[in-house]
Ligand binder design. Structure first.
Ligand SMILES: *[C@@H]1O[C@H](CO)[C@@H](O)[C@H](O)[C@H]1NC(C)=O
Ligand SMILES: *[C@@H]1O[C@H](CO)[C@@H](O)[C@H](O)[C@H]1NC(C)=O
Ligand SMILES: *[C@@H]1O[C@H](CO)[C@@H](O)[C@H](O)[C@H]1NC(C)=O
Ligand SMILES: *[C@@H]1O[C@H](CO)[C@@H](O)[C@H](O)[C@H]1NC(C)=O
Ligand SMILES: *[C@@H]1O[C@H](CO)[C@@H](O)[C@H](O)[C@H]1NC(C)=O
Ligand SMILES: *[C@@H]1O[C@H](CO)[C@@H](O)[C@H](O)[C@H]1NC(C)=O
Ligand SMILES: *[C@@H]1O[C@H](CO)[C@@H](O)[C@H](O)[C@H]1NC(C)=O
Ligand SMILES: *[C@@H]1O[C@H](CO)[C@@H](O)[C@H](O)[C@H]1NC(C)=O
Ligand SMILES: *[C@@H]1O[C@H](CO)[C@@H](O)[C@H](O)[C@H]1NC(C)=O
Ligand SMILES: *[C@@H]1O[C@H](CO)[C@@H](O)[C@H](O)[C@H]1NC(C)=O
Ligand SMILES: *[C@@H]1O[C@H](CO)[C@@H](O)[C@H](O)[C@H]1NC(C)=O
Ligand SMILES: *[C@@H]1O[C@H](CO)[C@@H](O)[C@H](O)[C@H]1NC(C)=O
Ligand SMILES: [Cu+2]
Length: 555
């Protein structure tokens, strides 16, 4: 079966590719065994795919400038790869990890050594599997501390808490996606959302195990929030407390005070929390933002929770449930509040930090001007199968009407060794057929299948406008770029207007991100300079749109 995805791939030409390292600070040597381990949630025990038997996987702490060497050995029956999400992989494309883009999958019994230097970034990222749906259980935090000589651009917090948001299926996730692909029927949504692997108090069989974070009254904490969910954008907040956003996707932001944050899958956000409320226990929670406007959409309805627990360090007594707030959840906008989510994302601003190591390079002039429609489409049923999507077909996803077909060897290998007929370097710069992208659509729903890449020269400035389309229905697609961040210079609802919208672009202090949440029924514009030679995948981080067809929701 061919895999039909909404991704494309950039190839940056320059120098020769190399995976050798520059001057070494500390080198971390990690030995990761991909193995089965039994885990019980919601009173269901299953054997899941883990790193070294840990679920969620290990948190990797490094410092900017460090070198990381990870020997990944596959001891399970699935093909596996591991991706370092948001890590720039400067001159180390071979270590990036997406299957069939920069490497062939690691087959059972084999090992693959990732070697890369963490350079020019600091903050919270994560790692996850990058093949099929294995990242549902193969994920963990990747935390880059600033260089020893450099302070945060905010008061140093008392301590930090990685808060990794995820999804739990009682079933084997590979069976879930395989069933969806084989039948063409809808996929089974997850049974729970999780915080650090735990569903929390609102889910059955989960109360005793709810993640608890102890705090001391008056102190300030850094919450490193990571959306490692497979298919959903999430709201996150803490009852009775405001959050101050200070970093997103491992780039500092200007401090932004807000009662809640929003993260697309693939996004990370650091927030400061001051524990200055009455002694007690307070729920932190995450719940789904899903803007599809065509009626109720399937998503986990119950919020995942963890507990912020004020502890009296004098008496060592936990405040337990006597606090006033336990029971109250943080307040979020409606599950489909596109406006509120847009307001949140648009409020983020880069923090230019002038202590000699951080610079901003927002392209003021554009060499490559690209316009990419992102959206749903349909594919015929595979021969002999029954599809239950719209018009008796199956839903797929595409960019500029091209659905990405996985090659059989990695594109980086094909590029590096000049192997022909693996990909075509003709990805369209704009849709071949112009239409009213957010208006009524009367054309065909099928796409062009292909392994088509866009080739960019080194040190070019690139603008990409991502335009959601009305094909089938609107969606907020989180588009993720490997290899480097981009600046999100603008966004809006409706169809992008190339003459009026650029006038309101923020070319001064836009946030630098690796994943942009394209507004549902709207557009987002990003700019970047091509700084990193390699082959870099760009795709929607809703895995359903990045794995084969997605024949879910019928209309
Ligand atoms: C990686 O780990 C495997 C399994 O333990 C081992 O056989 C292999 O030699 C290791 N590779 C390197 C380069 O250390
Ligand atoms: C695993 O990867 C190998 C090498 O790319 C490929 O030949 C094989 O078909 C893959 N297996 C599955 C189950 O996808
Ligand atoms: C999906 O859910 C249905 C209904 O609960 C169940 O019968 C089926 O076994 C599930 N499929 C998988 C692959 O978990
Ligand atoms: C949160 O911030 C809002 C707006 O600045 C303010 O009105 C509110 O009192 C704050 N809440 C807390 C708990 O600090
Ligand atoms: C708690 O701390 C926040 C952030 O510093 C501040 O905005 C808020 O006013 C404080 N609230 C109280 C009750 O002190
Ligand atoms: C902590 O416990 C001590 C001893 O019981 C008590 O005197 C103090 O008031 C408590 N502090 C807070 C903030 O509750
Ligand atoms: C509180 O716990 C700490 C660490 O366990 C211990 O050193 C300290 O003596 C305890 N204080 C009290 C008042 O029990
Ligand atoms: C939090 O504090 C309570 C009470 O002191 C203690 O029993 C518990 O082990 C602590 N939990 C964590 C995660 O540190
Ligand atoms: C909490 O309240 C219960 C019932 O009012 C009481 O028995 C218990 O001692 C209280 N615990 C604390 C730590 O104050
Ligand atoms: C996509 O391409 C197919 C095949 O050429 C065509 O039928 C369809 O109309 C195109 N759709 C769009 C939205 O351009
Ligand atoms: C990239 O281009 C800019 C502007 O043209 C130039 O200043 C800079 O030196 C170039 N950088 C490299 C690495 O070539
Ligand atoms: C785009 O904006 C310009 C300038 O405001 C306006 O004249 C034009 O009609 C707009 N185009 C569309 C398609 O709305
Ligand atoms: Cu998508």
């Amino acid at each position: 079966m061919s895999l039909i995805k909404d991704g494309t791939v950039f190839i940056l030409l320059c120098f020769c590719l190399s995976n050798t390292m520059r001057a070494i600070a500390t080198t971390y040597q990690l030995d990761w065994k991909i193995q089965y381990t039994d885990v019980t949630r919601l009173c269901h025990t299953k054997s899941l795919v883990s790193v070294n038997g840990q679920f969620p996987g290990p948190t990797v702490y490094v410092r900017e400038g460090d070198t990381v060497v990870v020997n990944v050995t596959n001891l399970v029956s699935y093909n596996v790869t591991i991706h370092w999400h948001g890590v720039r992989q400067l001159m180390s494309a071979w270590a990036d990890g997406p299957a069939y883009i920069t490497q062939c999958p690691i087959q059972t019994g084999n090992s693959y050594v990732h070697r890369f230097q963490v350079t020019g970034q600091r903050g919270t990222l994560f790692w996850h599997a990058h093949i099929s749906w294995l990242r549902a259980t193969l994920y963990g935090a990747f935390i880059i501390q600033p260089k020893q000589s450099v302070n945060y651009p905010f008061s140093t917090p008392t301590t930090d808490f990685p808060i990794v948001l995820g999804e739990w299926w009682n079933a084997n996730v590979e069976d879930v996606i395989a069933a969806a692909l084989a039948s063409g029927a809808g996929y089974n949504i997850s049974d729970a959302l999780t915080i650090n692997g735990q569903p929390g108090d609102l889910y059955t069989c989960s109360q005793g195990a709810t993640t608890t974070f102890n705090v001391t009254q008056g102190k300030t904490y850094l919450l490193r929030v990571i959306n490692a969910a497979v298919n959903f954008q999430l709201y996150f907040g803490v009852a009775g407390h405001n959050l101050t956003v200070v970093e997103a996707d491992a780039e500092y932001t200007k401090p932004y005070n807000t009662p809640y944050i929003v993260l697309a899958p693939g996004q990370t956000t650091n927030v400061l929390l001051t524990a200055n409320q009455t002694m007690g226990q307070y729920y932190m929670a995450a719940s789904v933002f899903s803007p599809a406007p065509t009626g109720p959409v399937p998503f986990p309805q119950t919020a995942t929770t963890a507990i912020l627990n004020y502890v009296n360090s004098t008496s060592n007594a936990s405040s337990n449930t006597n606090g006033t707030a336990l029971g109250a959840l943080p307040t979020f906008p409606a599950y489909n509040d596109v406006q509120a989510v847009g307001t949140f994302f648009q409020a983020l601003r880069s923090q230019s930090y002038s202590k000699g190591y951080y610079y901003m390079d927002v392209p003021q002039v554009v060499d490559e001007d690209l316009f990419f429609t992102v959206g749903y489409s349909l594919q015929p049923c595979p021969a002999g199968s029954q599809c239950q999507g719209p018009l008796g077909q199956r839903i797929s996803a595409s960019i500029n009407n091209v659905s990405f077909v996985e090659p059989s060897i990695s594109l980086l290998q094909a590029y590096y060794n000049q192997i022909n007929n693996v990909y075509q370097a003709d990805f369209p710069n704009e849709p071949l057929i112009e239409f009213d992208y957010t208006g009524t659509y009367a054309g065909g729903f099928q796409t062009v299948l292909g392994t088509r890449v866009k080739v960019l020269e080194f040190n070019e400035t690139v603008q990409i406008v991502f335009q959601d389309t009305s094909l089938l229905f609107f969606e907020s697609h989180p588009i993720h770029l490997h290899g480097q961040n981009f600046y999100v210079v603008g966004s809006g609802l409706g169809s992008y207007n190339a003459s009026s919208d650029p006038l309101s672009f923020n070319l001064n202090d836009p946030p630098s991100r690796n994943t942009v949440s394209v507004p549902s029924g709207g557009w987002a514009a990003v700019r970047f300079r091509t700084t990193n030679p390699g082959v870099w995948y760009m795709h929607c981080h809703i895995d359903l749109h990045n794995h084969g067809v997605c024949p879910w929701r019928s209309l």
